[in-house]
Design a protein around this ligand. Sequence first.
Ligand code: NAD
Length: 471
Amino acid sequence: MRTLRNFIDGTWTDSRGDVLLDLVDPATEEVLARHPGGSAEDVDAAVAAAVAAHPAWAATPVGERVARIFTWADAIAAHADELVELECREMGKPLGIGRTFLDGAVAGLRAAADEALSYDFEELIEHPDGSRTRILRHPLGATAVITPWNFPVTAVLAAIGPLLAAGNTVVLKPSERAPLSVVRLLELAEFPPGVVNLVLGDARAGTPLAEHEQIRLVHFTGSVATGRRVGAAAGEQLRRAVLELGGKDPVVVDAGVDPVATAQAVAFGAFVNTGQICTSMERIYVHRDVAEPFVEALVAAAESFPVGNGLDEGVVLGPLVDRRQREIVVRHVEDAVQKGAKVRTGGIVPAGKGFYYPPTVLTDVDDSMLVLTEETFGPVAPVVVVDSFEEGLERASQSKYGLAATVYTDNSDHIDAAARIPAGVTWVNQWQGGGPERLYEPAGDSGMGATGARAAYDAATRPSSVHIAAA
Ligand code: NAD
């Protein structure tokens, strides 16, 4: 049985911790590998390597840093099938959908690195009185990237490009629930020793990394609860934290839309990756005029998805990542049913191996239920019928989360009104998209720190000004 190792200062090394965890295939419940539970000693060694590597990496011309990232992107693209298979084995994502997201992530890494070539790391402002101000943007130093399991490779690639291209070094800690593909990702990287380090483990590694006094920025993607701890540690250390956290994304379906086509789009947004996307559609507000055919089509779409082991051809929905995640989904649905919700399809844990849960549609739901208030992170679509678009918009806006939102409407006033939902990104008549130029900061509890295009470079650097008096 393979035991995964850390990658520190350019060398694969055994963890110094004494706990080994089993990595379980969620489709078969077989143990795939053993991996370290993590330790503060591992973190100390990785941070020391990142700190030591920083001066030389920061002094490397930006064009060379970007070229190395491109070389890595090429290697990832050349091994895409292998990486997608590893993701499928460790967390259940079917191959087809995994490939689509991985291709997007590689394109995103390239676009983000490319941005460095036009970013103003140095600007000169000439004032009318003959004085000049130089504005310099310095890399921060050693940084930490902590990622979740739902998109193991994508989450790393989304965070790491601007940090590295701006001249920072990185200690990466992937989720203990999906470390296999990220280990392979690092095997494909050819940076100078210490520039990218990998520390495996759960909170035993995450906590000392987030709290480490020599880390100058933590880029964290994960749950709100852990994000609060990471943010608190950043406050204690007076350093930057970028927090990309959970959501409870609403969808507003207006009167006048094609209920069947919209329901099919919503089914995809609610169920793909078995509902385990931070921007999964988790609250659906549908106008009464189209509610009946919409729910009927949503149920039909839910029942049409091939569910199974993601390695099998044609499968669209795999299992949930593990038993723990399925227990959360079961608890949310049971809570809703106890409080009067109707299960229109799904809602029953299937017998047999694997952490499967069927696509589930609930109606007669209200805000007393967990399915409308807490992130479920599973294939559950709760539908609320509203009497007007305005009511849908208002209810969509009533959440402690504010990651993303989607509106389906053919009314141009309503398209304009969609921007009123407090969210980092609002999609109209589509779900996902917007490209690398998309700039946003999550609202509410969904995170902190702007993301996208140049904002990532602003976050990855510290500006200073040098003012030179007129001669
Ligand atoms: P999680 O918060 O449990 O874990 C995330 C990471 O933090 C893991 O690597 C974990 O080991 C580590 N960690 C655990 N305790 C820690 C601590 N005390 N200090 C530092 N690190 C610690 O989240 P998860 O279950 O892995 O991921 C699912 C969550 O991620 C969902 O809420 C989802 O919405 C969110 N997510 C957000 C985005 C986004 O872009 N906003 C993207 C993907 C996932």
